[in-house]
Design a protein around this ligand. Structure first.
Ligand code: CP3
Length: 356
């Protein structure tokens, strides 16, 4: 392609390795982005956070776009992700979230009994306008060749925060609620999956090029429970998404759930680092995969990082449709140089492999 010539922008963008991989097309090298790439491991992010609280960062489109764009550029990623959080969707639904330094997100109100569901409202189109403004600002701020990923949390993962308050206590309250109040659970999951689908569709309309559904905690369920209590709502959610946009379906601890998760939807399946990427991919015919380096590998020395990157690339066996990523978010104590070294290693090693 005549890169740099006028008019090449749009074409270059259509051909971005990330979007090509999401369509299972051949790519010049394996594209990579990092979950939580705009986070505390980045000195530039920590500087921004010294000036403003996390929620302000999310609510100010100029700052949110600065965080997203600079993170993608600093590490040389092949995609950017909108700077926001999955729990912000719960606020217009009647459940405010407080982000406390050193603690994490705290819901000031929770669902403890079926009666508390009376408080849960469906969000309206105008709620979270700041997220859609951030999508627009980020799209404008990104080079044309870098695609932008919009995202939302899966209904089960959102329910974990509403009921258990988080993942720390082993999902006991959430599961007990699910088993004890099946009719109320259906209402809760229906409301949450519609809200998440609407939120994703509005990010697509604002300019997101791909969508990711984070069902981070769904791996605590058995396949039977996933099928009975989650799958129908995930199916409905994916059906509501705009056609033609890649949808990434991610969870952790999901080794036993990959088939039903694939059935639920998404063109790209996110893999955590406990599965062998090649063997997991064999179980997902027709799918693309994203993953799956252990985030802790980035705390080790560079030669190991490069070795592990090559190991995962060889597990992909040159099949088109691999987006390189970690198996979960990058840890705050990760040296940023190691993240850059990983991105370079993936680009270099896969470029050589593809050329063979
Ligand atoms: O680059 C990016 O990925 C930025 C966008 C983003 C954030 N959160 C920003 C954030 C994304 C995609 C998320 C997703 C998210 N948020 C998930 C699903 C993915 C996953 O990691 O499992 C979950 C479960 C949450 C909920 C959440 N938000 C937690 C548990 C925490 C505290 C712990 C932590 O990892 O920081 C947050 C806060 C949060 N969300 C921060 C950022 C940058 C840190 C805020 C700060 O202190 O500056």
């Amino acid at each position: 392609m005549a890169a740099g010539e006028e008019g090449a922008g749009a074409l270059e963008f259509m051909d971005s390795p990330f979007l090509q991989a999401c369509r299972r097309e051949r790519t010049p090298y394996t594209p990579i982005w990092i979950m939580r790439q705009a986070g505390r491991y980045l000195p530039s992010y920590r500087r921004l956070r010294k000036k403003v609280p996390f929620k302000t960062l999310c609510r100010r489109p100029d700052l949110a776009s600065e965080a997203a764009v600079s993170a993608a550029e600093e590490i040389g990623a092949d995609a950017a992700i909108v700077f926001s959080d999955i729990l912000l969707l719960l606020e217009p639904m009647g459940f405010p979230v407080d982000y406390r330094d050193g603690v994490g997100p705290v819901l000031t109100r929770r669902i403890r009994t079926p009666r508390d569901l009376a408080r849960l409202r469906a969000p309206e189109a105008g709620d979270l306008g700041y997220v859609y403004d951030a999508v627009k600002a980020t799209r404008r701020g990104l080079p044309a060749r870098l695609p932008l990923i919009g995202f939302a949390g899966g209904p089960f993962t959102l329910a974990v925060y509403l009921i258990d308050g988080g993942a720390r206590r082993g999902f006991r309250e959430t599961k007990a609620f699910m088993y004890r109040h099946p009719a109320v659970w259906r209402r809760l999951m229906t409301t949450l999956s519609r809200a998440a689908a609407g939120h994703l569709a509005r990010q697509a309309r604002a300019g997101a090029d791909a969508l990711q559904l984070f069902d981070t905690w769904v791996g605590c369920l058995s396949p039977a429970d996933y099928r009975a209590h989650v799958l129908p709502y995930m199916k409905a959610l994916f059906r509501r998404l705009p056609a033609g946009l890649p949808a990434i379906h991610f969870g952790t601890g999901t080794a036993s759930l990959l088939e039903p998760m694939r059935e639920a939807g998404g063109s790209v399946m996110g893999l955590d680092s406990t599965v062998d990427l090649g063997a997991a991919w064999d179980r997902l015919p027709g799918a693309c995969v994203m993953g799956n380096l252990d985030p802790c590998v980035l705390l080790a020395k560079r030669p190991l990082i490069r070795r592990e990157a090559r190991r995962i690339l060889s597990a992909a066996r040159g099949r088109p449709g691999h987006v390189f990523n970690l198996g979960h978010g990058v840890l705050p104590q990760t040296p940023v140089g190691n993240v850059r070294a990983l991105v370079d290693a993936v680009h270099e090693a896969s470029g050589v492999m593809e050329a063979r």
